[in-house]
Design a binder for this molecule. Structure first.
Ligand code: G3P
Length: 222
């Protein structure tokens, strides 16, 4: 229980370090959430400001997710190895290792922090960059499904949000196929559900044909 609680608290606060908010608010002194789609994420940062600071946003959002997953794997993996009876019962479900539970658990809390950061008025991002990093840390097959579909859709249509919706929707399915474990599939469903919920306004704009397309250089007027 302590390992789950500890991971949750650490991963949530790591997640709160939202790259787009920190760089725009403290370096550019112009909160990204007052521009474009209002989202505190890479797409809107690039759309609004662009430039080399975009890489700082990427570094921040990827790094925190990597650390959160590693902490989850270490703490929960370690705790489950100690509690052999409990671990044995959990490890019988599907193709799973003790640390896999920790990776998903760390990922959930990191994304909750990223999407709802307590120090930034609970107004964060949509969890695609950090969630993508979580997927890579979890398993290459899960990452391949999520990232492969994302890239194909985003590049072909230039709607980043369409690729993002694929990522959110496919994550629980990919998890199930790889692990056949309902506990982490439920966790993946929760993550995917949060991502889709965060994209509800994008989905509305996509349906109405009003979603903005990704461009490499052009920035929207501020
Ligand atoms: O990663 C977020 C992306 O899917 C959509 O961002 O700013 O167009 O709402 P935005």
């Amino acid at each position: 229980v302590l390992a789950f609680l500890g991971t949750a608290v650490i991963a949530y606060f790591l997640g709160c370090f939202n790259g787009a908010v920190i760089v725009s608010k403290y370096i550019l002194r112009d909160d990204v959430r007052t521009h474009g789609s209002g989202n505190a994420g890479l797409t809107n940062f690039h759309r609004t400001f662009g430039g080399p600071l975009t890489f700082v946003v990427i570094l921040c959002d990827v790094l925190k997710a990597v650390i959160a997953v590693l902490i989850g794997a270490a703490l929960i993996g370690g705790a489950l190895q100690l509690d052999t009876a409990f671990a044995a019962s959990l490890l019988k479900i599907g193709n799973i290792q003790a640390e896999d539970y920790g990776k998903y658990w760390g990922g959930i809390w990191c994304l909750l922090g990223h999407m709802f950061p307590c120090m930034f008025g609970f107004k964060g991002g949509k969890g695609i960059l950090s969630g993508g990093a979580v997927a890579i840390m979890i398993d290459w097959r899960v990452a391949l499904v999520v990232w492969g579909g994302f890239l194909i859709l985003a590049v072909l249509t230039r709607y980043v949000s369409l690729g993002s919706c694929w990522a959110g929707a496919s994550f629980p399915f990919a998890t199930w196929f790889v692990y056949q474990n309902w506990i982490i599939t439920l966790m993946a469903l929760f993550i995917g559900g949060m991502i889709l919920w965060k994209h509800r306004s994008n989905i509305g704009r996509l349906i109405r044909g009003e979603e903005s397309k990704f461009t490499l250089h052009k920035k929207e007027p501020k």
